[in-house]
Design a protein around this ligand. Structure first.
Ligand code: FAD
Length: 525
């Protein structure tokens, strides 16, 4: 008899969520993680002594409340601290600052445009309505219109009913969201350039699209959804860095009896007569199990660990077509003091939220233009947070950690290699921020530059895509990762996909892990 009921490949947060649910339901589970540390892209590492970097993901907004509750993550150390607002320095020397307090935000936007201040509230309501329609789908298996399964048809019917129950205005808004570009949509609401540019940024994160590319309006909603779950302080920082989220989930999984091994790369999934029967580790050891769940991205899972020869041609073709095209990088810094913004000098609460280098829509689009032709942006969009201001555990007293998420950093460079231009890319990011915060260069103690190639090599993200494949409409819902295979099952019996490459996609959400565990337990009954 196999020693394990389930092998979970990958100890990122989704693999750990799947393991926790399966173990709680009596399955004997082992998680095999390639790296020396758990968390995948939700990881904290002390890269420079005394400073803890959230090396990849840095803010949490989408983590499913039912997972926090059911796995009792606070009891395992999860603490989410609120992140207050977004500060955008403007070319005029002014700034735009949106805070969590609606009345103050309204006053602040009114400084730039009275019309925008009024529209902002309405827009928030419309997005919340859209979010309420779409959000339940995150916790469900993707309805699949290509299959005539009664359960799937019922889900589809439920969705159609809910769509019909929306007001005419909401139905129109939803169609707009599904088809328009972020900027086209925002143009219908607002006139302040910096406001539109900063809001549109959520539409392009993790995709190789520009703020004017059709389809980005939906991604805007995907990122916005966390914001409507106020009770869970949805935009926040995990105390101890995003690795603390993974560690809390790992704690819940261990408490339920799961075994977790780090430094245990899987070399291949053993397939016999179209049935997954276990894995072979890079060490050569074979580990049998009744079921295997992979949280590794679809390309690496199917074309790497399984091998195309075990899979139907049509499925292999769909997996090959699934787009990654990483477009983001990260620069993490240890600072001796706080950055001093020209537009709002001195320390203050504006440094406690996100600081967004997104001064104008044209700036954002130009940053994309360069990426289109294979260059990293000479003036990129940067989303900055200084977690040490909210969470003093991540830096020594008086010092700070600064996390800079950067776009665009195209995986495919037209000339040269990332290994040769990593530091030049880091310089570009520092130069860009320095234009707004002139003291930055003098206060940097250490800098870690993470390119899309590093994301692929170190974190196992194909082409450096931060979401295991772009979050664009043609790769979501019943199409993720391939038409007909969005409900976590795969063409190989007893092999399941439980990471961000499955519905409902990337972000620290945990939904793919939880949904996959549900399907596996159902099949295992
Ligand atoms: C730079 C960056 C910034 C981001 N920012 C945010 C953010 O601020 N907020 C947010 O919500 N999301 C953010 N994301 C996205 C989010 O972090 C990911 O979507 C999410 O963490 C993915 O979780 P996962 O468990 O599905 O996969 P992963 O975290 O990728 O986990 C997969 C695991 O599998 C392991 N693995 C790979 N190959 C093997 C093998 N052969 N054998 C064993 N193990 C293997 C990997 O090491 C990894 O630990 C960001 C991602 C990146 C990269």
């Amino acid at each position: 008899m196999a020693p394990y009921d389930v092998i979970v490949i990958g100890g990122g947060h989704n693999g750990l969520v799947a393991a926790a649910y399966l173990a709680r339901n009596g399955r004997k589970v082992v998680v095999l993680e390639r790296r020396h540390v758990l968390g995948g892209s939700a990881v904290t590492e002390e890269i420079y002594p005394g400073f803890k970097y959230s090396v990849c993901s840095y803010v949490v907004s989408l983590l499913r409340p039912e997972i926090i509750r059911e796995l009792d993550l606070p009891a395992h150390g999860l603490e989410i601290l609120p992140l207050d607002g977004t500060f955008t320095p403007m070319p005029s020397g002014d700034y735009l600052w949106r805070m969590n307090d609606p009345a103050r935000t309204r006053r602040e936007i009114a400084r730039h445009s009275q019309l925008d201040a009024e529209a902002y509230e309405e827009y928030g309501k419309a997005m919340a309505d859209m979010g309420r329609f779409v959000k339940p789908m995150l916790g469900l298996l993707a309805p699949d219109p290509t299959k005539l399964e009664p359960r799937g048809l019922l889900d589809l019917l439920g969705m159609a009913r809910r769509f019909r129950a929306l007001t005419g205005r909401d139905q129109q808004n939803l169609v707009r969201l599904m088809t328009m570009s972020a900027v086209d949509l925002l143009d219908q609401w607002f006139e302040t350039d910096a406001l539109k540019a900063t809001m549109a940024a959520s539409g392009i994160i993790g995709t190789f699209l520009g703020v004017r590319s059709p389809g980005t309006a939906y991604v805007l909603l995907h990122h916005y959804m966390g914001e409507i779950d106020g009770a869970f302080r949805s935009w926040g920082l995990a105390k101890g860095g995003t690795g603390a989220i993974s560690n809390a989930i790992a704690g819940a999984a261990r408490a339920a009896g799961a075994e977790i091994r780090t430094s245990s790369p899987v070399d291949r999934i053993v397939v016999s007569s179209n049935l997954a029967t276990g894995v072979v580790l890079a060490s050569g050891d074979e580990l049998p199990a009744r079921m295997v769940a992979s949280s590794v991205d679809p390309r690496l899972t199917f074309l790497g660990l399984v091998g195309a020869s075990h899979l139907p041609d049509e499925f292999v073709e769909a997996i090959r077509r699934f787009r990654y095209r990483g477009s983001s990088g990260k620069v993490n810094m240890a600072l001796d003091a706080l950055p001093d913004f020209r537009s709002r000098p001195g320390p203050g609460p504006h440094l406690r939220g996100a600081m967004s280098i997104s001064p104008a829509v044209d700036y954002m689009e130009r940053a994309y233009d360069e990426a289109k032709y294979g260059r990293y942006s000479s003036r990129p969009y940067i989303d900055i947070v200084i977690p040490s201001l909210t969470d003093p555990t991540v830096a020594p007293p008086g010092k700070h950690v600064m996390s800079c998420f950067v776009q665009y950093a195209p995986y495919h460079l037209a000339g040269g290699a990332w290994d040769d231009c990593r530091e030049a890319f880091g310089d570009t990011v520092v130069d860009t921020i320095t234009e707004h915060a002139p003291n930055l260069k003098d206060i940097i103690l250490h800098r870690q530059v993470v390119t899309p190639l590093d994301l692929e090599r170190e974190f196992g993200l194909s082409e450096g895509n931060i979401f295991h494949g772009e979050l664009t409409l043609e790769q979501l819902f019943f199409l993720r990762p391939a038409p007909g295979w969005a409900r976590h099952r795969t063409p190989i019996r007893n092999l399941y996909l439980c990471g961000s490459g499955a519905h409902p996609g990337g972000g620290i959400m945990g939904a793919p892990g939880r949904n996959a565990a549900t399907v596996m337990m159902k099949d295992d009954r």
